[in-house]
Each structure stands twice: as C-alpha cells, then as structure tokens.
Design a binder for this molecule. Sequence first.
Ligand code: ATP
Ligand code: MG
Length: 327
Amino acid sequence: VKRILSGIKPSGDLNIGGYVGALRQYVMFQNEYEGFFFIPDLHAITVPQDPKELRERSRQIAALYIAAGVNPDKSTIFLQSQVPAHAELGWIMETQAHFGEMSRMTQFKDKSEGKDVVSSALFTYPALMAADILLYQATHVPVGDDQKQHLELTRDLATRFNNRFGETFTVPEPVIQEIGARVMGLDDPSSKMSKSNPNTSSYVLLLDTPAVIRKKFSRAVTDSDMAVRYDWDAKPAVSNLIEIYSVFGDVSIADVERRFEGQGYGAFKKELAEVVIAKLTPFQEKYEELIQSEELDRILKEGARKASEEAQKTLDAAKRAMGLLVY
Ligand code: ATP
Ligand code: MG
C-alpha cells in the first residue's frame, strides 16, 4: 500500500506557508494514498508553549486540516501525544541516531541561534520525527523543502536499523512540490515564512480576515524594478508572490506573468489578495462550524484509536528486533 504521513505543529497559527508546502498536498494525495495526518504537539513543546494556547491550537490545526479538505472518513487525523508509541519509538530512534549527524541539522541551528535556553528535546527532535514517520510504515511524506534534511536523516536511520536488526521499517520518500516548496516571508524573501516568526506581517494566516489579508499583501516587500517577472535570483520577493498566486489561483507561473505584463506591482498585489481570499473564505466557513463542534473531538479520538493500532504493530516489531521483551 501507498501510505502518507505528515503533520503541522501547533506552535503558532497556521499560515499559507504550511498550507502551500504541506496541507495542500494532504488533500491532493488523500484519494491515492492511505493518509495519516497528525498534529505534532510533542514537537511543539520543544520550545516553550502556553498551555491554554497549545490546547486551543491543537484543535484549531485539526479543524483546519478538515476545513481545507482532508476527509476524516478516509484519512486518520490524530494528536501525536495521544499515541504513546511516538514517544517510545522516538527514544529508540535516539539510540540509533549519532550525535554527529544530529549536530548537522540546520533546523536546530536556526531555531537555537541567539536563544539563552534551548531544550535538549529541540536537539533530539529529528529522532522523534523519524519515529512519527516509521511507525506507520509511510511510503511517502509530503513536506516543504525545509524538511528535506530531516527526511534524509529518517531514511538513514531506517536503513541503519534494518541493516542492524532486520527489515523492520519502510524507507520513506519525501514528496516536495516544485512550486511552493518554500514560501518566503512577506517582509523578507530571504527567510522562510514561519509560524514562530514574531513579526505578524511576515505571514498570512489561514484565518486572517479579508481586510487583514489585503493589508498584508499591499505591504509585502517587492523588488527594485516594476515588472511582475519570475526570477528568483534577480527578483526573489516578486517571485515568491508569483508562486503564491500560482498555487492559490491554480494557474501556471507563465500565465501569472502574462496576466500582469505591463502592469505594476500595485495591480498584481491587489489581485493576489483577492485570489487568496477566494480560496480561504470557504475554509474559514467550514472551520467556524467545526471548531465549535464535539464532532471534531470525536474525530480526533477515533483517529488516535486507529493510529495507535497501526503504530503498536511497528513498535512491537522494532522492540522485538532489538531484543526488548514484548509479551
Ligand atoms: P515553526 O516556525 O514553529 O517551525 P512552521 O511554520 O515552520 O512552524 P511546521 O509545523 O514546522 O511550520 O511545518 C509544517 C509543514 O509545513 C512542514 O511540512 C513544512 O515543511 C511545511 N512548511 C512550513 N513552512 C513552510 C513554508 N514557508 N513554505 C513551504 N512549506 C512550509
Ligand atoms: Mg518548521
């Protein structure tokens, strides 16, 4: 079977970077693959979280998966912390990961830079991520470009474990879209659009109102000349906006360029905002229904049950292979 697993952390409100790089792909592939979509709350707590906000955001992210089109009757949606096998296999993967290779992870460097205090869990995070994926024998993992290195580590750890202890894990493939693999900040086209960026105008949230979306795009930085032209080297800010337009408007890059030929940035940014609003409005309506409902909690509870069943099989196999007793 073809299986996908992926998740978005409740470490902040979901923005269009996560939608374009990850969530949109869950919807694209859910009919072709067996989908496991989780909310990595154990990953979120590798940096400080307010308990009340974490609780609310975990439900919010789950509601947004469904609002954006993930079908809970087809795919399994669950909270990572409700399936204890993640933490257990995470520990086992830590025993297989080398300190040296973990030290080369650029996300740790980025996220720890300039911080007074860094949790040791932030460092071991990629081992837990490997466990998340391997527990479900995922064949494919749809992610943004920033997760490529962690996926490569997951593949290395799976292969190492299989070679040492016998075939236990499926070695997964990353699935990264060509357009929208790395949405950049609206304030700075050299840094990735990120939930944890304190500058709220660097991103557009899935739940931003139309007025806010218009304002954020109108203030987005652009490049020196006035042409709406796709060229990451010479015009990174505009190229970023063109990719967002292409994904939300479902048109090719060339069509976007053609459409705005001879027009300045003003017209382009105005229409970009409308294209994004048109896509997000139905998501927001569905979200409002779901977030109030007990249906959402029922889906998450049932998801955790189904996920636990699958995960336990792999965890037991890994333990047995290593010589840990399983009764
Ligand atoms: P944080 O800043 O807390 O790490 P984040 O915005 O990076 O939050 P994650 O939960 O770490 O979001 O990532 C969820 C998924 O979304 C991952 O698959 C990641 O690759 C993808 N993703 C995140 N940001 C972007 C982006 N700017 N462009 C494309 N994909 C992205
Ligand atoms: Mg991230």
